[in-house]
Design a protein around this ligand. Structure first.
Ligand SMILES: [Zn+2]
Length: 151
């Protein structure tokens, strides 16, 4: 986003809010060179992300489904729903930022596991056991051992 005053290409966002119609985001930016402020309007990208499932069928990415999966893994664990919503936001952003419009469901599972690992170990193992569908008890134990060792 070029500065309209000096043409410098880098600026920082100092305020960001949706327009009244909610279809565009109004951003106040400050040029990193001349420090003048300007406003940009950005259109929210609505290209859907398509998830390729194991059986190769396609489905539109559904953040609620991911959130539900995380909630299930975190049942009776000290993890707030805010934390999980943030995880879903982060994963959705990662998917939006990737150039692929089609992503395998296993990739989303991997992202989610990486995040859960740092939040709650029990939830991580529960989630991993569903997503990774451990072939046998040994694989599952390997994963557990890795966790214990990484402490
Ligand atoms: Zn400038």
């Amino acid at each position: 986003m070029k500065c309209p005053y000096c043409g410098f290409e880098e600026s920082k966002v100092i305020d960001s809010r949706p327009t009244d119609e909610g279809e565009r985001i109004r951003r106040r930016r400050e040029c990193l060179k001349c420090a003048k402020r300007f406003t940009t309007y950005e259109v929210i990208e609505t290209v859907p992300i398509v998830v390729i499932k194991k059986d190769k069928s396609r489905q539109t990415f559904d953040r609620n489904k991911l959130l539900n999966g995380l909630l299930r893994a975190c049942e009776k664990r000290p993890v707030s729903i805010d934390t999980l919503e943030r995880v879903v936001d982060e994963i959705e952003t990662m998917l939006q930022n990737s150039l692929d419009r089609e992503v395998p469901s296993s990739l989303i599972g991997t992202y989610a596991m990486e995040k859960l690992k740092n939040i709650d170990e029990v939830a991580y193992v529960r989630f991993a056991s569903v997503y990774r569908q451990f072939k046998d008890i040994n694989t599952f134990m390997d994963e557990l051992n890795k966790l214990v060792k990484s402490r």
